[in-house]
Design a protein around this ligand. Structure first.
Ligand code: CA
Length: 482
């Protein structure tokens, strides 16, 4: 109900409610060397014992490798039953020696789908579980959105909110009052994962009133992701867009309702990153590493759609000059860090969601390498690693099903500064990753008790996190300290 803020207080299960089999402390605490499978060092009796102990969520009785050599932390590994006390260093403590990195078991998540694939380095998956010290409150700002997809803040702190399937764009006040749907947007192909997707406010909005959005564009012979921009006009109670310009079209056109990608990220130097999926079907998937196709790429353009001349493939014969990086599956999460570097999370196959930091001209390997398998269980990759292809910074097996991303820079939660937040659809969580030296050193799954698919995560100008839930009655939520 617009204007009615309903507080919801996060409650966390105690450690006793999480899965911690009695045998967890018994086996060797030997760190798992890079390249060695976790499963290979487990004995069948240990797995059976864990299952018999009622631990269906996490049959792996091996204490989680902290991902950090113990000699670096200077302290013994904590008992697995004790929550790490070092989840986040408030800036006021900057003058004292930093807390040791988190250690202990990972977030309860069940066994990997592809245990025969080994991580490339210790911190690449199953980071130690961490817990925020700050108690959080979740307030429902508005509801009644039909599968909302994205939020963007206007300079006056109102929000633009997209609805995927209806192709509608709304303006929502901080108190939750929703405008009529903005008129003038072009039609969308709303089937499957298509529709109206991301929205961003132009960097020069104060002068230009330009807003930008992505959508699945219906075309002769199929569809494809497009990026449009237009002037937002508010006169009276009915907002509209004028002078719609399509500034980018993913090519080739293909008939598919899946894997459009579609996140937009402006950079402070005036460029625009667009993430592009590989359409899922085989005819699209095989183009993910091909520079003659936009499928499975991150592209980088100017806000008018023209190509920056320092893009990596502008001088490559036959290549699409907009391409920034190749070999992605379906990137639904993207954000800049405090150094203005792009980070992405891509929806992987079963057991293969990936966090990457895409750099110019690099190849992220899909579909040749990866850590997952087909949802049928059929293998996709001969190996999770290969020459000339980049390793993900982190991967999830089982998957979280990522969508939406923010890298926290606010002051409301000092302990979260520079942490990565990712929305979880299947995992129904707000996933928090603690990063040190570009490695994931801790993972937390917030809001699990709400049982809602998290589609979008944005940091507001007030330092709160704003979320959208993916449902036919989707909600706009605000996360603040309690
Ligand atoms: Ca990859």
């Amino acid at each position: 109900m617009p204007g009615t803020a309903r507080p919801w207080v996060e409650s966390r299960p105690s450690r006793h409610e999480t899965c911690a089999p009695a045998g967890r402390s018994a086996p060797s605490r030997r760190p798992i060397p890079p390249g060695e499978s976790r499963m290979r060092i487990l004995s069948v009796p240990l797995i059976v014992a864990a299952l018999l102990a009622g631990c269906s969520e996490d049959p792996d009785p091996t204490p989680q490798d902290s991902g950090v050599p113990q000699q670096d932390s200077g302290v013994p590994q904590q008992d697995s039953g004790v929550p790490p006390e070092d989840a986040g260093v408030p800036p006021e403590d900057a003058g004292v020696p930093p807390d040791p990195l988190p250690s202990g078991p990972e977030v309860p998540q069940g066994p990997p789908n592809v245990p025969e694939f080994s991580r490339a380095f210790p911190e690449q998956t199953r980071a130690p579980a961490i817990q925020s010290k700050t108690a959080i409150q979740v307030t429902e700002i508005a509801s009644g959105f039909r599968n909302p997809w994205a939020i963007a803040f206007l300079p006056d702190q109102r929000m633009l909110v997209t609805e995927k399937a209806t192709g509608s764009l709304y303006i929502v006040t901080p108190q939750g009052a929703k405008s009529p749907a903005v008129t003038g947007l072009p039609a969308v192909d709303a089937r499957g994962q298509g529709g109206l997707l991301d929205v961003e406010v132009g960097p020069d909005y104060a002068q230009s009133k330009l807003v930008y959005w992505t959508y699945a564009e219906p075309r002769q012979g199929g569809n494809g992701l497009a990026v449009a921009r237009a002037k937002l006009v508010e006169e009276g109670s009915q907002p509209r867009v004028e002078n719609v310009q399509v500034i980018f079209r993913m090519m080739p056109t293909l008939e598919s309702t899946l894997h459009s990608g579609g996140r937009l990220v402006f950079t402070p130097d005036g460029k625009l990153f667009v993430t592009l999926g590989e359409r899922s079907i085989l005819a699209g998937r095989v183009q993910a590493r091909d520079v003659k196709s936009h499928f499975g790429k991150v592209v980088r353009i100017h806000p008018d759609g023209s190509v920056p001349q320092d893009n990596p493939f502008v001088n490559t014969q036959g290549a699409k000059p907009e391409i920034w990086s190749v070999g992605h599956r379906n990137i639904l999460s993207a954000a800049l860090d405090s150094q203005n570097r792009l980070w992405t999370v891509e929806m992987g196959p079963k057991g293969g969601d990936e966090l990457n930091r895409p750099e110019a001209g690099k190849d992220y390997g899909w579909p040749t390498i990866g850590y997952g398998e087909e949802y049928s269980g059929a293998p996709i990759h001969d190996s999770p690693q290969g020459p000339g292809m980049e390793q993900p910074v982190y991967y999830w097996d089982p998957v979280i099903a990522p969508s939406g991303m923010a890298i926290y820079t606010g002051t409301l939660f000092p302990e979260w500064r520079n942490d990565i937040f990712v929305g979880g659809l299947v995992s129904q969580a707000l996933v928090r990753l603690m990063i040190r030296n570009d490695r994931v050193v801790g993972e937390e799954h917030l809001l699990k008790g709400r049982n809602e698919r998290i589609r979008e995560v944005v940091q507001g100008p007030d330092g709160a996190l704003y979320l959208l839930t993916d449902a036919t009655n989707g909600k706009l939520l605000k996360v603040t300290p309690r």
